[in-house]
Ligand binder design. Sequence first.
Ligand SMILES: NC(=O)c1ccc[n+]([C@@H]2O[C@H](COP(=O)([O-])OP(=O)(O)OC[C@H]3O[C@@H](n4cnc5c(N)ncnc54)[C@H](OP(=O)(O)O)[C@@H]3O)[C@@H](O)[C@H]2O)c1
Length: 288
Amino acid sequence: MITIMGATGATGGALLRRLTELDVPCRAISRTPDTLRAATGASTSVEVVCADAADPRTLRDALKGSTQLFLAMANSPRQAELETNAIDAAAACGVQHVVKLSAPAAEPASPVAISRGHWRVEERLAATGMTATLLRPYAFMHKLLLNAPAAAQGVLIGAMRDAPCNYIDVRDIADVAAETLLLPGLAGAEYTLTGPQAYSHSELARLLGELTGRPVRHINLSPDEFHSHLLATAHMPPWLAGHVVEIQQLAIARPESPNDTIETVLGRPARTLHDFLREHLHAFTATT
Ligand SMILES: NC(=O)c1ccc[n+]([C@@H]2O[C@H](COP(=O)([O-])OP(=O)(O)OC[C@H]3O[C@@H](n4cnc5c(N)ncnc54)[C@H](OP(=O)(O)O)[C@@H]3O)[C@@H](O)[C@H]2O)c1
């Protein structure tokens, strides 16, 4: 049995839809199972269970009988602790293989705090003896929707200067996760996942302008100014604003370049940012 933790989230939700399309039976975990049941509708291949990673007892109940776990956890200051709980529960329940959604730069001295947490979780996972597949995607395309209201007003604000960024569609991450869950030969792999083309903020602003037919201006702020902007305008909690700034500084320090992992694993090209933006163009043009 494949169990998905994070099934209401962006990547876990896309994986759940993919496994449902393929008619693969699976179990989906949520703290709010009724919402998830409503989303899965009449599907009989999905078993929805309630568990909270902050409560290891509920995790052990939810993971009973599972052989594989897909683990995606929302970013938060408690993320590493919650993921560690999930891994310990999986090991105690006899799970054999974990596909963990991780991130680039998951290293002990990473400049990104969340990535240091991913590193600690990966170390714990390696020590359990379960096989693991680690997915390291770059920035999720759908997070650009957070910029949509500003872009509709003609600005794209960041602190990344002109560093290239490898935006990826979460549906591609989910498709790779499905392959790694369904083909046992892929256990043990570590995949850095990118879109087919990297874009700087200036290039992204130009692309948005072309697609919407309205000019979009790139404004580059200093990291401190951008942090204040995220607190005041985007109303982010300080830890999240700090995370976004760290990620953008990482893109400057370690310029990103696309790879062909999606195509190699899936046998088809990665989804493009151009197509993603066209699909969501209404969000970038809505003026209210
Ligand atoms: N955003 C990016 O650009 C990016 C890039 C690279 C890597 N990543 C990594 O991707 C991961 C996030 O993936 P995502 O965006 O697909 O996730 P997401 O949409 O934020 O969803 C996260 C899931 O976490 C679950 N969750 C949160 N707290 C929980 C708890 N206490 N117990 C059980 N489940 C809990 C939620 O389930 P319920 O609410 O239903 O319980 C939800 O389904 C992070 O590890 C991040 O570092 C993100």
